[in-house]
Design a protein around this ligand. Sequence first.
Ligand SMILES: Nc1ncnc2c1ncn2[C@@H]1O[C@H](COP(=O)(O)OP(=O)(O)O)[C@@H](O)[C@H]1O
Ligand SMILES: [Mg+2]
Length: 518
Amino acid sequence: MIKKLLILIKIGRALAKSSTLDYFEQLYKPNIFIRSCIKIFGFSSFRKKSLDSKSVGLRLVKALEELGPTFIKLGQFLGTRPDIVGKDLAIELQSLQDDLPPFAMSIAKQSIIDEIGQEKFNEIKNLSEPIAAASIAQVHFADIDEKQFAIKILRPGIEKRFNDELEALMLFASIVESLLPKTRRLKLIEVVHLLKEITTIEMDLRFEGSAASELKKNTDQDPKFKVPNINWDFTSKRILTSEKVDGIKIKDLNRINELKIDKKELAKNIIQNFLRQAVGDGFFHGDMHQGNLFVDKEGNIIPVDFGIMGRLDKDNRKYLAEILYGFIQRDYEKVAEVHFIAGLVPADQSKDSFSQALRSIGEPIFGQSIKNISAGKLLAQLFEITEQFNMATQPQLLLLQKTMVVVEGVARTLDEDANIWEISKPVLEGWLKKEVGPEAKINQAIETTSKVMDRLPELPKMMDKASKALELLAAGSVAYNQEIAKQFELEKLKLKNQQNKIIIFFLIIVISLLIIFN
Ligand SMILES: Nc1ncnc2c1ncn2[C@@H]1O[C@H](COP(=O)(O)OP(=O)(O)O)[C@@H](O)[C@H]1O
Ligand SMILES: [Mg+2]
């Protein structure tokens, strides 16, 4: 309890120093009592500071960087959720730097020994100084059996630190949500809970290893894409050993030019391979920035860092392929139909207004030279519009959209004329033909459904639900089970919230005493 309180004061101080709390105060206008709590937590003064609301995001970024690993991850996570923090703040949060000073060689060696034992450790030769250090882990090179490997080692005590700080954040979220009901739309408790889920996975490197293995299996037949092998004999919860990539970083344009690697081909392959994973397999690398991508002499793309992966179920993959393909063909009515038939937009919304809104995103873009259009940005605009039509965007689709923007950015640094749509078309077309059948069949199905709906005005809602249910059944989807599991988790959270309320009551008494005797 005292520990949680100390961590809370630390958070409060960093936020107060960055003036983010002042901005929060302005936004939610809390009463004098809560303002006092904020000041006491932050030891800051009651003096009004002049606020420059534009740079609040950047000041928050600095504060989070100062607060360390947990908060850097929190910021990065929120940066992927414009649906929660808004587009502008999300963009600013994406500038968070995730590099920290490395820990000592002696600690690195001891960590390896603790995990795999002295005997196996002795097989590791030429362990290098750390070549990269970030908030959760650092990476060294080494030789095992005369082959070269990269060994990723978790920071010492990182699990406990995350646990303590996330517990404190949970308390903080409960306090804020209880005292300021207006902030509930920020879903603070859910955010902390989600962050805990994500980081629990990231802090068990066996998950990263198995993600690499799964991606390798899925992409084995894909051209120009090679996932490094994991050395499971030297991998455990806290260390991950993968074969050292024999290639150059994709951002090293000079070397790419020297080796005469075809950059246009490379750009095309990056996009096509990403789409094959997302749409074809439903399992994609969710962190494809330049630092995580290598290329070898033959032009093969080699990814590293499998800590963040995305999964799309069959429904979502079909939805994605159909909307992208629909946009390529400028068939907005069809894109709208896809949304309604899948029950993604509530049936009481107007289909005509929806397809008009889609047209308003598509036409200005396609009116220009097509090569400048980003599919990722188009998806972002689409999700903004679907939200206006009461359709909640799923986090996995948001991760996909964000990764798509990154992938396109990487491709454009290699080939500034890359035409995302021409490049995407064969992959999408191929998949739709294989999975959904000839295009004519898709159009026909949509047409028939809409005709029936038109004739029977009282039935659309029922039809909508029934066809969605059938689709889900056909796809063998487990979506409902996931829903139930989520509901269950939320119920558990509510219970926890109750417990936290008791702690809050206690805190209020402490704070009141502090105010009185200050
Ligand atoms: N198998 C590997 N071969 C070569 N370099 C690697 C390998 N794995 C990681 N690295 C290097 O270490 C860096 C950090 O590893 P990464 O897995 O991306 O960690 P983080 O999750 O901290 O970003 C990478 O950017 C890359 O330069
Ligand atoms: Mg990385």
